[in-house]
Design a protein around this ligand. Sequence first.
Ligand code: SF4
Ligand code: SF4
Ligand code: SF4
Length: 305
Amino acid sequence: MSDNARRDFLKQVGITTAATVGLSSITAKADEYKSGEVQGVLVDIGVCVGCRNCERACQVAHNLPAGDPEEYHNRDVYKEFRRPSTHSLTVVNEFENPKNKLIPYDVKYQCMHCNHPACVSACIVGAFTKNRNGAVTWDTNKCIGCRYCMVACPFQIPTFEYDKAIQPKIMKCDFCFERTKEGLLPACVANCPVEALTYGNRDELLVLAKKRIARYPDKYIQKVFGEDEVGGTSWLYIAPVDFEKLMFPTLGDKPAPGVTEAIQHGIFSYFIPPLALFGWLGGVMWLSKRKKELTESETKKEEDK
Ligand code: SF4
Ligand code: SF4
Ligand code: SF4
């Protein structure tokens, strides 16, 4: 092992150890939800027309491969239910409206930016952060690819770049953190042509959602999805039909981190002694870094030929 590689290995084991020992502080970070500071988006399913402009805008904003705008008007894509992926951090699905086949229900899905995010709690190296504005972001440089966040998320949101040989990453909606920091709207919100998406203070969005439901009682069911689910989420939805019919999971109002904490503590109590776990994690990190170095050096040799 070269000095540099050894230094990286020790640094990474150090990070892993510190992060793992500091589980309670990571969990505390997940509980820093403060009503009033948190921003959100209200999604009005009664207004969305399924144009998929939001999907494309999100891809463009995140430098992901995007097709021509016309490609997104092809409604064949709605034949299969889709989940957000590493290529599309948000997706729209369509459901039949039994009352009026000409006006289907179109539903945009992405990370819900939970008030008490299970992904933050589950991440054993503290790669995830719940920011004060509500956005749940993550640091690719800290992520070791353990995929606990994928297991923990009650909405099955984080995805993994399985098709990438070099340094595959976890991917999900980041609430356009860099854009909103600059005072811009999230790309999807800015590009929705019918204002099905409203960005703003979460508390004010809740008031708006309830007013809309009260004003049009025949159009909406009496529920704001995300108000209470898993302790509340930054993204809120109103809809003309029950959310179960739109593939939303039925969840209680208790934050999900309790479940993931149990997973973490289970590891320590029953499966792997901590020192063995630290060593294993450090080894995984060193091996993946070494693999990347070897692949890069092979690629360079090929290019130099
Ligand atoms: S929806 Fe899943 S990935 Fe998004 S913040 Fe909640 S737990 Fe984390
Ligand atoms: S908030 Fe940003 S990252 Fe999230 S779905 Fe909208 S465009 Fe994509
Ligand atoms: S851009 Fe707006 S109307 Fe079009 S699919 Fe997305 S949320 Fe619906």
